[in-house]
Design a protein around this ligand. Structure first.
Ligand SMILES: N[C@@H](CCC(=O)N[C@@H](CS)C(=O)NCC(=O)O)C(=O)O
Length: 237
């Protein structure tokens, strides 16, 4: 069977993995998950007991969670090296390094903003402290990423890879939380503009918003979350 990527909306980090599947060009299916609703239902624990997206149902019908694990699964199947590099090459090492940076400190820096926004009983003092903490962290992680960006048009040279895919879903949180103007980091701003203008990213962002756009044709359709849970979910991990 074709793998199924469960991607979250609104503004999920998983949007970049949808773009990566388009770049990969192998048949896949999608399942759209409302992160503010159905992802919090007890039934979703059968897919991911941590109630997070992304998740992937592999071609073997097993559920794989965590962006890095899903990216590694895609990389292993990227025999034409469209979104990755020879695993024994220095460029593969560099790609993993950038992916790890994006998936850990860079992504985590935004957590206080999400926590402030999603407080069940909003407390302005706590929210302000969280935002202040988040602001310092996001700025610092952006400074570090700016320093890591090379001269090529994308993170690893002249074509987008899994590293760009992980970045594009998360980087836009800077604008959403109005942390700072993206022009403060010129290399990152130019990189984001390039990735965001990529047809696969435009396609993935449109799907996330519930719009229908033609992609490469690699996506053979969407499945309803209930069906995915029923067929592939398990009662405990
Ligand atoms: N470590 C996980 C984190 C995934 C993650 O944080 N996903 C967010 C959406 S981008 C989420 O599901 N958050 C839970 C929520 O919004 O309640 C991974 O890399 O896949």
């Amino acid at each position: 069977m074709e793998p199924i990527l469960l991607y979250g909306f609104p503004l999920g980090s998983s949007m970049g993995l949808v773009a990566a599947l388009e770049w990969l060009g192998q048949p896949y299916r999608l399942c759209r998950v409302d992160m503010l609703g159905e992802m919090r239902d007890p039934a979703y624990a059968q897919i991911n007991p941590r109630h997070e997206t992304p998740a992937c149902v592999t071609d073997q019908g097993t559920v794989l969670t965590e962006s890095m694990a899903i990216a590694a699964w895609l990389e292993a199947r990227d025999t034409e090296r469209r979104i990755s590099f020879d695993p024994l090459s220095p460029r593969a090492d560099r790609m993993h390094q950038l992916m790890a940076f994006v998936n850990t400190g860079f992504t985590a820096a935004f957590s206080p903003f999400w926590a402030a926004m999603e407080m069940e009983t909003p407390n302005p003092t706590t929210q302000s402290a969280l935002r202040q903490w988040g602001q310092a962290n996001v700025m610092q992680r952006h400074d570090k990423l700016e320093g890591l960006i090379g001269k090529g048009p994308f993170l690893l040279g002249d074509r987008p890879t899994l590293a760009d895919a992980l970045l594009v879903g998360v980087a836009r949180w800077l604008d959403f939380h109005a942390v700072a103007d993206r022009s403060r980091w010129p290399k990152l701003a130019a990189l984001r503009e390039r990735i965001e203008a990529d047809p696969a990213v435009i396609y993935a962002a449109a799907l996330e918003k519930g719009e229908n756009r033609p992609g490469t044709g690699a996506c053979t359709g969407h499945l309803a979350l209930n069906d995915v849970i029923e067929r592939f979910g398990k009662s405990s991990e």
